[in-house]
Design a protein around this ligand. Structure first.
Ligand SMILES: [Zn+2]
Length: 140
């Protein structure tokens, strides 16, 4: 008996440096962002220095996983063959309750039903043994 699940063929994030650390947390089922140890500012995407105060001291702090739709666009024609079966698809920018913004997709909402400010909560999509992507579903 063979595994009927097709291989994941879409582009994947590079597991390097701070990006690897971010995705390692996702693989453990935790959405974490960097938070400055000096001014407490959250930040994403991962980077070494705080843009607010210039500090190099930070930690991976656990997110509530909750946020809302900040904006989206509808992609009608796939720009990569691996996405051809997904269109139309709506990449969304989620503004997390912590203030950082994350580019992702919703698992349970067609593009026509999206609304600015719609509350969402993170869920995790283990697309390969090494990579788990943070995605979102409608909250409450
Ligand atoms: Zn800071």
């Amino acid at each position: 008996m063979t595994d009927a699940t097709p291989a994941y063929t879409k582009p994947l994030p590079a597991l390097e440096g701070l990006s690897k650390e971010f995705y390692d947390w996702c693989r453990q089922g935790e959405l974490r962002f960097q938070r400055c140890r000096d001014c407490a500012a959250w930040r994403h995407v991962p980077r070494e220095m705080c843009a607010g105060c210039g500090s190099w001291h930070w930690e991976w702090a656990r997110s509530s996983g909750r946020g809302s739709i900040f904006t989206w666009t509808v992609v009608a024609r796939a720009l990569h063959p691996a996405f051809a079966a997904d269109v139309p698809v709506a990449p969304v920018v989620v503004e997390m309750d912590e203030g950082v913004r994350v580019l992702s997709t919703l698992v349970d909402c067609p593009p026509g039903a999206l609304e600015i400010g719609m509350p969402v909560v993170v869920c995790f999509d283990a697309v390969t043994p090494e990579i788990t992507l943070p995605r979102f579903r409608r909250a409450g």
